[in-house]
Ligand binder design. Structure first.
Ligand SMILES: [Zn+2]
Length: 169
């Protein structure tokens, strides 16, 4: 004999009571999938201890004219001519300068590094952008113009932009 009723297939929630109101414990989890697409070389590079950047080499580009500046974070396609950018690795030693900084006492939701820390904007020679990052040294207040070098998280990489930090020179 089969039972033709709709079955509950979930897990029974735990219930507690606070001031007469039930509080339901309902654990949730989700897996988010997204692709880095054409920017994959950047994240792959970080995990391998390489700083991969792009530049436009399209001779017909109205801005780059075949000899574009470096983009970091990289862009897969040139914003000016829409042609695919060319990838290259920034040669070592990599030395940047602190352009500006801010002290982060409380991080936003989902932040996966400890606070407090210094978020820094780094100026790199030949780079037309000023990428954001964080100073690895805890408790060391950066100075504008202070020289920094990247540190890559090659052991247990997170496969996110947290795989690059900067340390003072
Ligand atoms: Zn271009």
């Amino acid at each position: 004999m089969t039972d033709n009723t709709v079955k509950f297939i979930g897990e029974v929630s735990k219930v507690s009571e606070q001031n007469g109101a039930w509080v339901i414990e309902w654990p949730r989890s989700a897996t988010h999938f997204h692709t880095y697409g054409k920017l994959t070389p950047y994240f792959k590079g970080l995990a391998e201890g390489k700083l991969m950047v792009t530049r436009c080499v399209n001779a017909g580009c109205p801005i780059a004219k075949g000899n574009g500046e470096t983009w970091l974070p990289p862009r897969a396609d040139c914003p000016d001519c829409h042609a695919p950018m060319q990838w290259h690795e920034v040669p070592k030693p990599i030395v940047g300068k602190v352009y500006s900084y801010t002290y982060v006492k409380r991080g936003g939701t989902g932040l996966e590094i400890e606070t407090p820390y210094y978020q820094i904007d780094v100026e790199l020679e030949g780079c037309c952008t000023i990428p954001k990052g964080y100073l690895l040294d805890v408790g060391r207040e950066p100075k504008i113009g202070m020289k920094v070098t990247p540190v890559f998280r090659t052991k247990d990489p997170t496969h996110t932009s947290l795989d690059i930090a900067w340390k003072a020179l």
